[in-house]
Each structure stands twice: as structure tokens, then as C-alpha cells.
Design a protein around this ligand. Structure first.
Ligand code: ASP
Length: 338
């Protein structure tokens, strides 16, 4: 399924299948598998991240190595919402959340980690070198330093500093969809506040799945606030026998429905990746009622046949797909609210 037209055709077939309640009925209801390997990731930053992952996947590397290398590309970029270039919390500190999961239920995460450039790699060390799944705050930083990660300067990027000073003028804290940005940027009102996350799912040539997720979280969040992104089962989940899913958007509402885990369970019941993402979004919308319009939630999913899909609550989400035919494509995601 290399190009957008084919994607849209497949999506239309999926919608028709949904209407007749036959999502899991048979091969005709399913999107075409794209062949191995494949990697998908959130937002337009995913295009570059996919290239990083592809360097590992193309020569036959492991999905786990690919999803780490892929999102490290984004952690290195000075963007608004991932890595140390991200927007700070309301007290002016950039705090990072990340998690990673492989094909054997091994998983690790860090939350509220400060002054470490690659939280995803620390998450992997938590997975591989501790008996735990999640380390937070000071303890996570101590662990990172003990593992040889350098302590970065306690300093905001120039853009983040400027935006933060602007935000301080009103210090309003109310997550909303910023319509001027087509719904892409979500965060507290006023100025250019926003939050995005790079989440990545990959299947390697051997058919194994892995996933990663990394973010600086919601801009100007309360000190100590942790979203869905470092939480296995919410921001990311992988079951090699079924598929993998990941989230971006309003973390609190992803956690509320255990989003990624829910989607994997729905795929286990036979739903396609897109139908499973859509069902999870519908659940968020049901729970939030009229308040659903104030937030954005988006999911991506990849099953163990190499079929992928995504769904968002509101307009504006896109995701990048790199397939075995060499195409790395940015796709506009379907959404629930008109
Ligand atoms: N999910 C992230 C959080 O709530 C932010 C985002 O994806 O934009 O921290």
C-alpha cells in the first residue's frame, strides 16, 4: 500500500466494512499488507524518524533497534515537543517521558526525566538492565548518569525560552485544540503552546514487532505531571502475536481508556488496525461528551501481518509510513469529529 491513493481506497473499503459490521469478516475487509519490513510514526517529524529506523530495518536489523534509532532522530531535532528542545513545564523545566517495548513483552520507561538528551535510550536501559519497567524523576536521572548518559545544561532552547516568557504573561492552563494550526497543536491556551509526541511502531524482516514513544509532554504542564507517553499500555503497547499501537494527543484521555492496550485487544478480536484505532477514539469521544471538542487524541496501529492504520479525534493529525518498496509517505489521518 505504497501511495496515498491506494491508502484512501483501502480506507474507503474499511469504512464500508464498518457500516455493515463486517470489519473482521474476511480478507476482503482487510487492508492489504505492505510487506516486511515496515515502520510507521506520528506526525510529520515521523518522516525523518522513519529514515533513521530504516537504516536499521533495511539491512535486516531488529525492530527494537529501529524504533530506538528512529525516535532518537526526533529527540535530536530542536522541535517544540520532543527532547530537550521541547517546551517546559509551568515552572520552566523541560521534563521528558519515554517508553519502549519489544516482541517479547520486555518493556521500559522513564518519566519526568530532566537534562538527558535521549530518554528513549534510558528507557531501553531500564528495560534491559533493571528488574523494573518505569523509573521517574530524580531516580531516573541518577540511573541515566550511572549508565554513562551525559548531563546536559539546564537551559531552554531559544524558541522555548521565548514562548515560555510569552506564556508567563497570562499563565493560562487549559488544554485546547488550536484551530489555527488545523488542530495539530494541542496545549494550554495562549501563544504557541502545543504538544506532540513521536511514537513509532515497526515490524522487521523476521516479522517481529517493537514500539517506542518519546515526548516532552504537554507544554506548561503542572510540575510532576506525567502523560500517557511513558506508560506501557497507554502510550504504547506491543503483543507480537497480534500487533502494536501507540498514541499522541491529550495524555490524560489516552490513559483513561488504556488506549494502546485497548487497541491491541481490539485487533486480537479481529479488527483491522484502523478499525481498532477508530473504536478507541469513539470511546474517548463517548467519555468526554461535549468536551471532546477541546482535545485531540490520535492513535496509530500495526498488526503482525504488516497492516497499519490510524484514527484521530479531530482533524489535523498525520503520520508517516515507510514501506519495503522504499516509499516514505506522510498520510492525513481520518478523524471522528466533523
Ligand atoms: N501524549 C503526550 C502527553 O500527553 C503529548 C502529545 O502527544 O502531544 O504528554
Amino acid at each position: 500500500m505504497p501511495n496515498r491513493r491506494k491508502f484512501l481506497q483501502t480506507s474507503a473499503a474499511g469504512l464500508a466494512a464498518l457500516a455493515t459490521g463486517q470489519v473482521a469478516a474476511g480478507p476482503a475487509a482487510r487492508p492489504a499488507a505492505v510487506g516486511k519490513p515496515v515502520v510507521i510514526s506520528t506526525w510529520d517529524a515521523g518522516l525523518n524518524a522513519n529514515l533513521g529506523a530504516w537504516k536499521v530495518l533495511k539491512p535486516g536489523g531488529r525492530a527494537l533497534d529501529a524504533v530506538e534509532a528512529g525516535v532518537m532522530v526526533t529527540e535530536n531535532e530542536i522541535g517544540c515537543c520532543v527532547g530537550l528542545g521541547g517546551r517546559p513545564d509551568r515552572d520552566g523545566h523541560v521534563t521528558l517521558d519515554a517508553c519502549i517495548m519489544d516482541e517479547q513483552f520486555n518493556c521500559g520507561g522513564v518519566a519526568a526525566l530532566e537534562r538527558i538528551k535521549h530518554p528513549i535510550s534510558v528507557a531501553r536501559r531500564v528495560m534491559e538492565r533493571t528488574p523494573h519497567v518505569l523509573l521517574v524523576g530524580e531516580g531516573a536521572q541518577q540511573f541515566a548518569l550511572a549508565q554513562g548518559f551525559p548531563l546536559e545544561p539546564d537551559k531552554l532552547s531559544a524558541d522555548a525560552e521565548k514562548d515560555y516568557r510569552e506564556w508567563l504573561k497570562t499563565s493560562q492552563y487549559k488544554p485546547v485544540v488550536n484551530v489555527e494550526n488545523s488542530g495539530r497543536r494541542v496545549g494550554p491556551v495562549g501563544g504557541k503552546q502545543n504538544h506532540d509526541t513521536i511514537a513509532m511502531l515497526a515490524q522487521d524482516a523476521r516479522g517481529n514487532l517493537s514500539g517506542s514513544c518519546t515526548t516532552s509532554g504537554m507544554a506548561y504542564k503542572m510540575r510532576g505531571r506525567v502523560g500517557d507517553s511513558p506508560l506501557i499500555g497507554s502510550g504504547l503497547y506491543v503483543d507480537n502475536a497480534v500487533g502494536a499501537a501507540a498514541a499522541t494527543g491529550q495524555g490524560e484521555d489516552v490513559i483513561r481508556i488504556a488506549g494502546a492496550s485497548l487497541i491491541v485487544e481490539l485487533m486480537r478480536q479481529g479488527l483491522s488496525p484502523k478499525a481498532a484505532c477508530k473504536a478507541a477514539i469513539e470511546r474517548v469521544a463517548r467519555i468526554k461528551g461535549a468536551k471532546a471538542r477541546d482535545i485531540q487524541v490520535c492513535f496509530i496501529a500495526l498488526n503482525n501481518r504488516g497492516e497499519y492504520g490510524a484514527y484521530a479525534l479531530q482533524k489535523g493529525f498525520n503520520y508517516a509510513v515507510q514501506t519495503a518498496d522504499g516509499n516514505n509517505t506522510l498520510l492525513d489521518c481520518e478523524y471522528l469529529l466533523p
